[in-house]
Unconditional design. Structure first.
Length: 144
């Protein structure tokens, strides 16, 4: 298995918190994909695919909102989900993930032969999926 570090940047664009002890709150975030590098330690994604530095790849990541009884954070969460060499496998993966409606572990195989065992934290009571993104990029050279 190969490990990949995915950099997704989040910027808080709005934030409000009531001064009351149990008061309302809200926040909003703008998120964007930055890059992907290969890593041996603490990967965001593990894959059976050996993608070489500089090679074209497709990173799939999720963006969702979360909250509680008092407020919500719009687009407050992101997570890298998978990496592909083949755009059709990335599209199939995205479609499969978007169809998951319960907070349970789902397993399936994409056309490129990768086995995926994922869960979707955006299916909770206060959570809502914003979008599953597919980023076409090249694997960045790791200068470390």
């Amino acid at each position: 298995m190969f490990g990949y570090k995915v950099e997704i940047n989040s910027i808080c664009t709005e934030s409000y918190r009531s001064e009351e002890e149990w008061g309302s709150w809200s926040s909003q975030y703008s998120n964007y994909f930055e890059d992907v590098t290969k890593t041996d330690t603490y990967p965001d994604i593990t894959s059976s695919l050996d993608i070489k530095e500089g090679e074209l790849c497709f990173v799939v990541w999720a963006e969702w909102s979360s909250g509680d009884s008092f407020g919500s954070g719009v687009n407050s969460n992101t997570e890298a989900l998978a990496i592909f060499k083949d755009p059709e496998s990335a599209k199939m993966f995205k479609k499969e993930v978007e169809s998951i409606t319960e907070y349970s572990r789902e397993s399936f195989v994409t056309p490129d032969g990768q086995e995926h065992n994922i869960y979707c934290p955006w299916t909770g009571y206060f959570e809502e999926l914003t979008e599953i993104h597919i980023e076409q990029t090249t694997l960045k050279y790791n200068l470390n």
